[in-house]
Design a protein around this ligand. Structure first.
Ligand SMILES: Nc1nc(=O)c2c([nH]1)NC[C@@H]1CN(c3ccc(C(=O)N[C@@H](CCC(=O)O)C(=O)O)cc3)CN21
Ligand SMILES: CC(C)C(=O)C(=O)O
Ligand SMILES: [Mg+2]
Length: 273
């Protein structure tokens, strides 16, 4: 069991860099309201993401596409009131960074109105210039490669990415371009574990995996999946942390943090390819 003392100081971008350097795994979860955020803080979660997955698990849509900037601002405000220690990241929704001007304006809203400390956006080379301008304006940025759920209507479904060597190489180029543009972190979603390991070795910035193998610098899950309250099917890469422990939701959150820190999650059965 993870028995470190709870943190007394807020997690920053440099804390996360230091964790990568020290080989301490980063535990991230999504949160959409103050109560869950507070429980995550108590459980030792390092960083909390107000994900656009809220469009699916909270709003009941079958994609993240309908989520608006107003929605993310509203949920980020709620999460902000629940926790002070974890680094607070807000997803930029579909079409909210279609132009650099829009990206700057909407990132400003997530930080100034929502209280986010970092914004996350999906894409590779196509968003590198956007990332560069955000970074130049003091906006910490988390990139998001592999499966990009906002592209579901182009992809035709939620599928594993980077299986072929050519696609893996393109993803590596994308990741290096994003890092060069000033990204502080990158989420890797639904890719072979070997590719997650390769990207983690090649990059100086921390990698956070979701269905990307145990060798990423950290892990993230949609909290509804790990608490087994997801509407419909839970992705194969998730695990029900309510199982095998008697501490309720607080226990499940602690079990997740502990399993990530101990490299026990994800296990080979959670690998996607
Ligand atoms: N509840 C929930 N969990 C998530 O992880 C999540 C969301 N919602 N919404 C936004 C995106 C969409 N994501 C998804 C959604 C579905 C699969 C999925 O069904 N994957 C298949 C394997 C993929 C394949 O067939 O190649 C699976 O069985 O897990 C994966 C990621 C990840 N994110
Ligand atoms: C699954 C994570 C990485 C995400 O982007 C979300 O929750 O929206
Ligand atoms: Mg998202």
């Amino acid at each position: 069991m993870y028995t470190e003392q709870p943190r007394s100081r807020p997690v920053t971008v440099s804390t996360l860099r230091q964790m990568k350097a020290n080989g301490e795994k980063i535990a991230m979860l999504t949160a959409y309201d103050a109560s869950f955020a507070a429980m995550m803080e108590s459980a030792g979660v390092d960083t909390v993401l107000v994900g656009d997955s809220l469009g699916m698990v909270a709003q009941g849509h079958d994609a993240t596409v309908p989520v608006s900037v107003d929605d993310i601002v509203y949920h980020t405000q709620m999460v902000r009131r629940g926790c002070r220690i974890p680094l607070l990241i807000a997803d930029m929704p579909f079409m909210s960074y279609a132009t650099v001007d829009m990206a700057l304006r909407n990132a400003a809203r997530l930080m100034q109105e929502g209280g986010a400390q970092m914004v996350k956006l999906e894409g590779g080379l196509n968003v590198a210039e956007t990332v560069r301008l955000l970074a130049a304006n003091g906006v910490p940025v988390c990139a998001h490669l592999g499966l990009q759920p906002q592209l579901v209507h182009k992809l035709g479904g939620y599928k594993v990415q980077g299986r072929e060597e050519a696609a893996a190489r393109r993803m590596l180029d994308d990741a290096l371009a994003l890092q060069d543009a000033g990204a502080d972190m990158v989420v890797l979603e639904c890719i072979p574990a070997e590719l997650g390991a390769r990207l983690t070795t090649e990059l100086d910035i921390p990698t956070i995996g979701i269905g990307a193998g145990v060798d990423c610098d950290g892990q993230v899950l949609v909290c509804y999946d790990m608490l087994d309250i997801t509407l419909g099917k839970r992705p194969k890469f998730s695990r029900n942390f309510m199982d095998g422990q008697s501490g309720g939701i607080a226990g499940a959150l602690r079990a997740y943090v502990s399993a990530v820190k101990a490299r026990e999650f994800p296990a080979p059965e959670h690998n996607v390819a």
